[in-house]
Design a protein around this ligand. Structure first.
Ligand SMILES: [Zn+2]
Length: 134
């Protein structure tokens, strides 16, 4: 079963049968051109992550966007990327919890304030606090 990564609706062909590929197989058989299917519900490309590099997919996984999670968990058969996603989530979550709960004196944090990873994780923590209050 393949789903639209944007709205989650199952992808069907012209005859309302579930598809096995996310591109137009008849066009590919005739001309060797890959054209991704459009969703009948939201009129967007069903899975644009098929055309993107693995690095961009991993970055979106780190940001935990819903479309990329649908791509990885439902539409693709890549067990390796799922393991990378789990490992990356555990590392980022563990680091966020470490930064959030370990009291660190301000003088110790000063050299790390210029570090981009520290800033990124601090912003994630702030968003999580705002989200938990609402
Ligand atoms: Zn859709």
């Amino acid at each position: 079963m393949k789903v639209c990564v944007h709205c989650g609706v199952e992808v069907v062909d012209r005859h309302r049968r579930p598809v096995t590929e996310l591109y137009d197989t008849q066009l590919y058989a005739k001309s060797r051109i890959l054209r991704l299917r459009e969703c009948r519900a939201c009129s967007r490309t069903v899975d644009p992550y098929l055309e993107q590099e693995g690095t961009l997919v991993l970055l979106d996984i780190a940001l935990q966007s819903q479309p990329v999670l649908r791509h990885v968990l439902v539409n693709s058969d890549h067990n390796v990327i799922v393991l990378k996603m789990v490992l990356l989530t555990i590392i980022v979550d563990g680091y966020c919890r470490l930064v959030a709960y370990v009291p660190v004196p301000v003088t110790v944090l000063a050299p790390y304030r210029r570090n981009l990873m520290y800033r990124y994780l601090t912003e994630i923590r702030l968003f999580a606090e705002i989200d938990s209050k609402s």
